[in-house]
Each structure stands twice: as structure tokens, then as C-alpha cells.
Write a protein that binds this ligand. Structure first.
Ligand code: PXP
Length: 251
């Protein structure tokens, strides 16, 4: 099982001050030394955290495999193609969201975008809700991999195992236990279905030190992309330790 560390929130902290620290470029050396397999960054249309020159500097440093998340925005895709990251993960984007909500809605033009990226020697993954129809389409449209959106599972895990619903960040989901079991089953079924079609299967969103044990039991999943929980833990114990703790859980 490979680990991609999403370092967007290092840039979020920098943007809280709009200065030049902390620098996400500095993080990649720590991510590499800690033993993670890749870094993931999201060049959002609103540039709320990672900026164009962050992506360029990180890719041009050639230190570690770089997976860039992007919407299907033509200008961003063209910019990324020139920089040639190892992979691009296509994600949905909505200007008001706090984080990526839901999987990509695959449309006819998605196929052209996938082919354009692949023609330039870059792997393509699609960030999808665990839906067999979407997974089938990903295969038909020639994607190399899918990343299953684990956000619902993670939110239900928080409701069932923490006091989040006694805080101001309450998550409103009825019958969480029933839905938790169903969400995990759905992830398992989707992972099986995708692997059978010959797609690589990744997972991410909301994964943390408490819930990751359930996801690593799904044999078909070969890569996790984890950001917020690792950066949150790094505030208390340092980035290298936070990554090593996660790697130990995964191994
Ligand atoms: N994978 C994808 C496609 C994402 O959009 C995100 C969030 O940027 C992540 C993984 C990481 O999610 P989290 O920060 O909740 O670990």
C-alpha cells in the first residue's frame, strides 16, 4: 500500500498570512525522508492554497513522484501538461466548498481531457464516489486509475467514534451506524469492481489515524492520499513523525 501525502494545507497556512512561509517545497524533502511514496497537491481554480509556481517548483525539484489534483479546467490542464507531473487526478470543484465534496461527474468531454493528458505521458486517475456506473465509465474513457472518495465513510466514523456532534462542526447524518456499515461495504464492492476491470484503485479523503485501519483491509486498494489528518498531527509532533506514524499504521 502506497502513501501519497497531500501538502495543500501547508500552503493554506502560508496563505493565512499571505507571505512566503511555510513553503510547500520545503515539505517535499521531509515527505521523502519519512518514506512516503508521493506528494499530492491540488491546483484549485481559486488558488486558495497551492499556486502555479508551487506546482512548478515541486515538479522541477524531481525529488518525489508528484500527483496533481485538478478540475477539468483547460488552462490548468494545459499548464500541468507542460510541467509533466507523474499523474493528474481529475476532481470536481465548487467555489464555495471547504474541501472536495463528492466525486467527479464524468461527462463526454472528460474522455478528451483524459486522452490529452495520457498522450503526454502522464497517468490519469479519476476521483469518484463508489459507484459502479462511474467506475465503468472511467474504464471506457481510458483512465489508468480511480481514487475512491472516502469522505462519507470518514464522516460517519467521526460521528460514531468522536464527540464531533457536540461541537460547532456537527455533521448531520441520520442513522450513522447503518450508513457507516453500508458505506464501507460500498467502498469494498467498488474497489473489487474497479480492480476486475483492470483499473488501479486508490482511496482518499478524510482518512486519519483512527479510520485508516478499515480501508487498508481492502486488498484491491493500492494507494492512499492523505492530507488533513497528517498535517494536523504534524502541528504537534512534526511532519516527519506524523508521516511515519501513518506509514506504520498502513504497514
Ligand atoms: N484525495 C483527493 C482527490 C482530494 O481531493 C483530497 C483533498 O484535497 C484528498 C485525497 C485528501 O483529503 P484529506 O485532506 O481529507 O486527507
Amino acid at each position: 500500500m502506497k502513501l501519497g501525502v497531500n501538502i495543500d494545507h501547508i500552503a493554506t497556512l502560508r496563505e493565512a498570512r499571505k507571505i512566503n512561509a511555510p513553503d510547500p517545497l520545503e515539505a517535499i524533502f521531509i515527505v521523502k525522508n519519512a518514506g512516503a511514496n508521493q506528494i499530492t497537491i491540488h491546483l484549485r481554480e481559486d488558488r486558495r492554497h497551492i499556486h502555479d509556481d508551487d506546482v512548478r517548483k515541486i515538479i522541477e525539484s524531481h525529488q518525489i513522484k508528484v500527483n496533481v489534483e485538478s478540475s477539468t479546467n483547460k488552462d490548468i490542464i494545459d499548464y500541468l501538461i507542460k510541467l509533466k507531473p507523474h499523474s493528474i487526478t481529475l476532481v470536481p470543484e465548487n467555489r464555495m466548498e471547504v474541501t472536495t465534496e463528492g466525486g467527479l461527474k464524468i461527462q463526454n468531454h472528460t474522455k478528451e481531457i483524459i486522452n490529452k493528458i495520457k498522450d503526454n505521458g502522464i497517468k490519469v486517475s479519476l476521483f469518484l464516489d463508489p459507484s459502479n456506473d462511474d467506475i465503468q465509465k472511467a474504464k471506457e474513457f481510458n483512465a489508468d486509475a480511480i481514487e475512491l472518495h472516502t469522505g462519507l465513510f470518514a464522516n460517519l466514523h467521526l460521528i460514531l467514534n468522536t464527540n464531533i456532534n457536540q461541537t460547532h462542526n456537527k455533521i448531520n447524518i441520520e442513522n450513522p451506524l447503518q450508513k457507516y456499515t453500508a458505506s464501507l461495504e460500498k467502498l469494498k464492492d467498488s474497489a473489487k469492481f474497479a480492480k476486475k476491470l483492470g483499473l488501479k484503485v486508490y482511496a482518499g479523503h478524510g482518512l486519519n489515524y483512527q479510520n485508516v485501519s478499515e480501508i487498508i483491509k481492502i486488498d484491491e486498494i493500492s494507494e492512499l492520499n492523505i492530507g488533513h489528518s497528517i498535517i494536523a498531527r504534524a502541528v504537534f509532533c512534526g511532519l516527519e513523525n506524523a508521516i511515519k506514524e501513518m506509514l506504520n499504521l498502513i504497514k
